[in-house]
Design a binder for this molecule. Sequence first.
Ligand code: ASP
Length: 358
Amino acid sequence: MHREETNPSTHAVRSVRQRAPVRLSAAIAAAALALAACGPGTGSPGPASGGPAGTGTAGGWQPTGPITIVVPFAAGGPTDTVTRQIAGPMGTALGQQIVVSNVVGAGGTTAAGQVAAAPADGYTVLMHHIGMSTAPTLYPDLGFDPLTSFKTLGLVTEVPMTIVGGSEFAPNTLQELVAHVKANPGTVNYANAGVGAASHLCGLLIEQAIGAELNEVEFEGTGPAMDDLLGNQVDFMCDQTTNTATHITAGTIKAYGITSAERNDALPAVPTTAEGGLADVKVQVWHGLYVPSATPDNVAQALTAALQTALADATVAAEFAKLGTAPVAADQATPAAHTAKLQAEIEVWRPLLEAAEE
Ligand code: ASP
């Protein structure tokens, strides 16, 4: 892919017209450690917070101050949205406020490095997604190991992605999009959230399926990328339904396909990528919570119990449903299921990424 970077102050696209160095992990690790020394970035509370009436927790740990969930992408994007949905009920279960802190950069690896090096006391938690499984292939000098630097707490949700275009972008269907990219190789602006992000992965799948290059435009998350798509500063992107569903329903962006095997109840008019002729563009973005590996078992267990309480909350389920997703089944919101998923996904994506020479 060609890569471009965004000007963070204006979101204007600045072309760099060259492949970005992918293996830049030593610098990222150093930055992560420096950040970790300073503690988490400035955070903002989730949509609701628990009060002192917390009921005590499984594992016997009762936190005595606010807990920070670090989100590895910009505010307003899908990972941020999912985190803020569960932060309130988790905080209530723990009897403490949950603060959401967005630490952006390097496809989510900056935040993961920061949390890996944070105090292992339960007060710093990482929300990450499928990018945790692409990181070890893409960033060989990561500075942390997804499988050993963390304790997994449990999976949160699995979300399909949608291929969506700006209202002024010419193609109206997936077939027209394919023809347009083939006719304009390397020049169609495709927004993503950095190397290793789900949107980056989906872009690679699209390129492989079509056999033509996109011009990749990197953002700090797909929240700001959506702003530029709505403003027609970029042509198209592929992102979780948790970021696209409301805009698709409102008709402010074009929807070309959904990357799941079946159509989605929240978006029944959007054809699957298989229906549109891109059967190989299939991806589900899974999210999970992590703490540093040295976190005591009883603390991790209390956090897992709070996650399970949040996922059983009817309001969370209803809000997720509107956005085309659902809480994972109870037996998936566990460390064992989460670790198994992470291990399996690292192996699923490694060959694709190596073949793409990313
Ligand atoms: N959806 C983004 C991704 O491409 C990240 C985000 O902003 O949540 O991975």
